[in-house]
Write a protein of this length. Structure first.
Length: 154
């Protein structure tokens, strides 16, 4: 089984388990680093994720993955929250972060700018809409967008 097939099957299993436990599966990574394989599972829920939440998902997912025996090499299973600085990739990510401040980097300039900051006001399949600090509404085509992240303010 190739890497893509492994990820697809692991995603199906992970989505089932996380949903059953009341979490959202945010992302998966299956990577080789420094000679070791890592399966990283990122989960979230309203109000955030605790260490006990990660442990619970890890235990159930680990048992199920061992039963299914999809990954034929030794690997480390890591379950964690996605972190504050992670990219917002899916509609669920955007929905969860409506009315929050975000940063958007673009592949190509829009109105002579390749970086926008503002409050995430709305989105659809074609565009992301933000309100800048000066109350200016900007509609950014999704195919212009390189990355969207939460704006972290300390």
């Amino acid at each position: 089984m190739n890497r893509k097939e492994i990820l697809k099957n692991v995603r199906n299993i992970s989505e089932s388990i996380t949903k059953q436990l009341g979490f959202e599966l945010v992302d998966l990574e299956y990577v080789k680093e420094f000679g070791s394989y890592f399966l990283r599972v990122y989960i979230d829920k309203l109000g955030g994720v605790t260490l006990d939440d990660c442990r619970e998902v890890s235990e159930l997912l680990g048992k199920k993955l061992d039963e299914e025996d999809l990954i034929k090499v030794a690997y480390y299973l890591e379950v964690s929250s996605p972190g504050l600085d992670r990219p917002l990739k899916t509609d669920n990510d955007l929905r969860r972060n409506l009315n929050k401040d975000i940063e958007i980097k673009l592949y190509k300039a829009l109105n002579n700018k390749k970086m926008y900051e503002g409050m995430l006001s709305d989105f659809n399949e074609k565009e992301v809409i933000i309100i800048e600090d000066d109350d200016n509404q900007v509609k950014i085509p999704r195919d212009y967008i390189s990355i969207i992240k939460l704006k972290i303010v300390f």
